[in-house]
Ligand binder design. Structure first.
Ligand SMILES: Nc1ncnc2c1ncn2[C@@H]1O[C@H](COP(=O)(O)OP(=O)(O)OP(=O)(O)O)[C@@H](O)[C@H]1O
Ligand SMILES: [Mg+2]
Length: 499
């Protein structure tokens, strides 16, 4: 067994009100993929930020090639050959892809930036990660998977020996995950040591060599990547989960949401469906099938060309979010960072944002009532926080997500559209969210759930709508929805597109 290239010993780190890391030991050998898992807020991101120079440990030590080392800045980490791809990317959106790849060290000739060489080197790097695009393109125009590959290309440019990836697959489609894994395999073969954080436990045996489990700032166990999933879940959440998808279908009542012939040229066409009280209707499809676009349009956040949306039988004015919310429609958006949260406000304020107006009494806002309600929802969702006054920016990724969901739960919308509701959420908290979905439908709410997580769609939907290239390709009752039947519909009409 080769010696660890990177070793963390007894590392601790506190933030105001939180012991984020406590006596953590961790190591990484050349040519291995070491997977790091744990509940939201367990300390995974904090641990890797110690290795990338973003945080300093309060106690304990970091050893690089056996020698105690202080990693005091990102450039120091870079010099040591450690590259990190964060949960939030680090690319500069206004710059070109080539400029991002050569950030801070463009090739020069006679003192000037050598544009031609920069372009050639960028092309080579993009080629190594299998990305076929013009290096002169503005980075802001790229899709998420492309940005991620650019980040990896950047790490390759620095000749990183250690590559750290924080939930790289959270935003990728199945095909993109396959490509990422092929790339990771190649890097591993070249001796790069890789730390890989994920909430998708099924990825562990596919990509990992061994796995370390964290809980509440501590390492609670380690296992080979082939360990049974249940064993890892029990270590992660401290109990076993008997049922990952606890859906109990409720009786379907009157239609609460009706969508008729919704069309926007170039995005979606003739989309019609309804969601009844008590139902969970899942929306499956490949990324780019138009699911988010339809959701945003029917909620009034984007325009549409023709068609109608009715809530409780009453037509909604197009493009009017306020009218939609007043009629009882709610949307938990896919892109929470830009649409769901005010990062510099605290949890209480974020939870209150959509409920402003409700709970107002004789012109005064009922602060106590609002606070109690916020407390209750944060508790139900198990938001890991030091208190409702914690700034959302300092919450872990998954806990930020729970706050967005909580916000809409507090708004008590009768029809709730959830766009990728459990992205980045740990296994235990997922089950909590599913139970909340059950409780909502039992009390007569209707749920439209867009998800790229097929097991989640199959496990939680009473009916499944499948979209393909902007059209509704079909509808399946829960009993007929299987991985195969859904995927067949999802790729229908795509043959001519060679996808
Ligand atoms: N800058 C900060 N200020 C205050 N608290 C922080 C800060 N950064 C992290 N924390 C807290 O430290 C704890 C660990 O957070 P961390 O981001 O490491 O979790 P994680 O395991 O990556 O979770 P997730 O799966 O949700 O991404 C959390 O309670 C978080 O709120
Ligand atoms: Mg994290």
């Amino acid at each position: 067994m080769s010696q660890a290239m990177l070793r963390v010993e007894g590392v601790g780190k506190s933030f105001p009100g939180v012991r984020a890391l406590d006596g953590v030991d961790f190591d990484l050998r050349p040519g291995e993929v070491h997977v790091l898992v744990g509940e939201n807020g367990a300390g995974k991101s904090t641990l890797i930020k110690m290795l990338s120079g973003a945080h300093q440990p309060d106690e304990g030590s970091i050893l690089v090639d056996g020698a105690p080392t202080r990693i005091t800045s990102a450039s120091e980490a870079q010099r040591l050959g450690i590259a990190t791809i964060y949960q939030e990317f680090n690319l500069v959106p206004e710059l070109s892809v080539a400029e991002n790849l050569m950030l801070g060290r463009p090739p020069r000739r006679w003192g000037l930036v050598d544009r031609k060489r920069m372009r050639r080197e960028a092309e080579e790097l993009l080629d190594r990660v299998g990305l076929d695009l013009d290096p002169a393109r503005r980075t802001s125009t790229l899709g998420i998977a492309q940005m991620q590959l650019v980040e990896i290309a950047k790490a390759l440019a620095l000749d990183a020996r250690v590559l750290i990836m924080d939930e790289p697959t959270a935003v990728l489609t199945t095909g993109e995950v396959d490509r990422l894994f092929a790339l990771v395999d190649r890097l591993r073969d070249r001796g790069v040591g890789i730390v890989f954080i994920t909430h998708h436990l099924e990825e562990i045996p596919r990509i990992g060599d061994r796995v370390t489990v964290m809980r509440d700032g501590r390492v609670v166990g380690g296992a080979p990547a082939t360990a049974p999933e249940e064993e890892l879940i029990t270590m992660m959440v401290g109990r076993s989960i008997s049922q990952q998808y606890p859906r109990e279908a409720a009786e379907a009542g009157e239609p609460l949401l009706q969508v008729e012939g919704l069309t926007r040229a170039g995005a979606f066409e003739d989309v019609s469906f309804e969601v009844r009280a008590g139902e969970v209707v899942g929306v499956a499809g490949l990324v780019g099938a138009g699911r988010t676009e339809v959701a945003r349009a029917l909620f009034g956040a984007d325009r549409y060309d023709s068609g109608r949306v009715l809530v409780r039988g009453r037509p909604l004015p197009a493009g009017d979010v306020h009218a939609a919310m007043e009629s009882g429609l709610g949307l938990v958006p896919e892109d929470r960072k830009s649409q769901g949260l005010v990062l510099d406000a605290d949890i209480a304020e974020n939870l209150g944002i959509v409920t402003l107006g409700h709970g107002a009494r004789a012109g005064f806002v009922n602060r106590k009532g609002r606070r109690d309600a916020a407390d209750r929802v944060a508790g139900q969702l198990g938001v890991k926080m030091s208190g409702l006054g914690q700034r959302v920016r300092t919450l872990s990724g998954g806990n930020q997500q729970k706050v967005v969901i909580g916000k809409w739960l507090l708004a008590e919308s009768s029809v709730l559209i959830l766009d990728e509701p459990t992205r980045g959420i740990d296994v235990g908290a997922k089950v909590e969210i599913y139970q909340l979905i059950n409780a909502l439908t039992e009390s007569g709410h209707a749920i439209l759930m867009i998800s790229s997580d097929l097991p989640e769609i199959l496990g939680m939907s009473d009916r499944v709508l499948v979209m393909s290239r902007g059209r509704l390709a079909g509808e399946l009752p829960a009993a007929e929805a299987t991985q195969d039947s859904v995927m067949t519909l999802a790729v229908s009409g795509m043959e001519e597109a060679h996808v």
